[in-house]
Design a protein around this ligand. Structure first.
Ligand SMILES: [Zn+2]
Ligand SMILES: [Zn+2]
Length: 142
């Protein structure tokens, strides 16, 4: 789906829920849609500040939370630093650099069928995290 369509969908969802639509709010989703590095709330805030110097970190936090509640973004579980967000809500996997924390999307099919019930859980989706050292960090090692 096009970025513009997704933004329109978000605006519609906000209207539906009676939430105020501000350019800053829309900008939060725009930043998430344009980045593929799975930014933190602080990363998003720093980018939005350039355009809207008076935006508060709390507003960005709340907007990301709303986006998550409405299903427009997902949290990427990460064992290290802070919580990272993903506007790609399709099922996909992640390649994670354990040195700089870079997270990239990878799309491939795994030849693995999770059993419908696992340890008593009802499985509805799954995502694989592959940890390693990215090419940039490897170059820095030499
Ligand atoms: Zn790295
Ligand atoms: Zn992702």
């Amino acid at each position: 789906m096009l970025k513009e369509e997704k933004l329109k969908e978000f605006i519609e969802a906000c209207k539906h829920m009676g939430l105020k639509i501000t350019p800053q709010r829309v900008a939060v989703y725009e930043v998430l849609l344009s980045r593929e590095d799975h930014p933190t709330v602080e990363d998003i805030y720093n980018e939005i500040k350039k355009k809207y110097p008076f935006v508060s970190l709390a507003t960005v936090y709340r907007t990301v939370e709303t986006l998550e509640e409405l299903g427009f973004v997902k949290k990427v579980a990460y064992w290290g630093g802070s919580v990272r967000y993903d506007a790609n809500t399709n099922d996909h996997h992640h390649l994670i650099c354990t040195q700089c924390g870079a997270i990239r999307d990878i799309e491939f099919c795994i030849d693995w069928n999770p059993p419908a019930y696992m340890e008593g859980y009802r499985v509805h989706n799954y995502s694989l995290h592959i940890y390693g050292v990215c090419p940039q960090c490897q170059a820095r090692e030499n």
